[in-house]
Design a protein around this ligand. Structure first.
Ligand SMILES: NC(=O)c1ccc[n+]([C@@H]2O[C@H](COP(=O)([O-])OP(=O)(O)OC[C@H]3O[C@@H](n4cnc5c(N)ncnc54)[C@H](O)[C@@H]3O)[C@@H](O)[C@H]2O)c1
Length: 279
């Protein structure tokens, strides 16, 4: 028996990167998947490639009506909603706090944070009435460490982590689990898009990106979208039936602290210093 056999799932931001990898894992695990995105051509192509159990639906996750329709149509169409993956996201704008315009702050918060609230807002009553469900929100290591994203991105991801906890405490009593995943440096087009590349160029940039990210963490390779997808698959399924209000870090050890090689270097520098001062 496959782990999501007969289950119905929504994956937002499913046309690219981590969302696409989650959709693939879910389909392999036996789920019916509704991919939601604003990249219609990509979303449709991917859904077609993943087979008859995968469907694309356009939804801008920052818009209330889009998210409401996405969730309610899916539930009405299949008679259930077992899993919601609030994954859609963007990376910009960077720059100092004085450079961030109020409108771009609001727009970014809309895509990253309001979207997660909206998804849970509309899915919660349906899942609570079923007496079961698994919501997985996409946070980031940027939510608890500085230097891994812009101010607004980091603030949104920190808020997602805490919202996951507070909503998990509420919905857990109805049998609905709410967890989040905090990826580290994952080679996806999000980096290229943040640098101003178009979708095709950002896809192509993933190859050199892998090299650039390979040494960012103790595990000496870039994180892959599928590394995160496997964590999402586990949280979505019954194997994680007693896991709720949890933030699962998938970062190859990036946020563990100082890298071992840097620790050895510091120690040998200190040894040399002490040798100099020893009479
Ligand atoms: N790649 C990383 O290193 C990394 C690290 C930590 C967290 N994340 C998070 O993972 C999630 C997925 O990112 P990714 O790396 O796969 O990037 P990606 O750019 O490959 O995918 C993001 C998807 O979200 C979609 N999207 C953007 N705005 C949307 C909107 N308003 N409505 C619906 N869909 C929208 C995009 O079209 C795209 O398909 C994001 O929430 C991101 O913040 C990524």
């Amino acid at each position: 028996m496959r782990s999501l056999q007969g289950r119905v799932a929504i994956v937002t931001g499913g046309a690219s990167g981590i969302g696409a990898a989650v959709a693939l894992r879910f389909i392999d695990a036996g789920a019916t998947v509704v991919l939601a995105d604003v990249q219609d051509d990509r979303g449709r192509r991917l859904a077609e490639a993943l087979g008859p159990d995968c469907h694309y639906r356009r939804a801008d996750v920052s818009r209330e009506a889009d998210v409401q329709q996405l969730i309610q149509h899916t539930h009405a169409g299949y008679g259930r909603l077992d899993c919601l993956v609030n994954n859609a996201g963007v990376a910009g704008p960077g720059g100092g706090i004085a450079q961030i315009e109020p409108d771009s702050w609001d727009a970014m918060m809309g895509v990253l944070l309001r979207s997660v609230y909206l998804g849970m807002h509309f899915a919660a009553p349906l899942m609570a009435a079923q007496g079961h469900g698994s919501i997985v929100n996409m946070a980031s290591v940027a939510g608890f460490r500085a230097g891994y994203g812009s101010h607004v991105y980091s603030a949104a991801k920190a808020a997602i982590m805490q919202l996951t906890v507070t909503v998990g405490m509420e919905l857990g009593e109805s049998g609905v689990r709410v967890n989040c995943v905090c990826p580290g440096a994952i080679a996806t087009p999000i980096f290229g898009k943040a640098a101003g590349l178009g979708p095709e160029e950002a896809d192509a940039a993933v190859v050199p990106l892998r090299g650039a990210l390979a040494r960012a963490q103790p595990i000496q390779r870039a994180g892959e979208a599928d590394d995160v997808a496997q964590a999402v698959l586990w949280l979505a399924g019954d194997g994680a039936a007693f896991v709720n209000a949890h933030a699962l870090v998938v970062d190859g050890g990036l946020t563990g602290g100082k890298p071992w090689s840097a620790t050895l270097e510091t120690r040998s520098r200190l040894r040399a210093l002490f040798e100099q001062v020893t009479p």
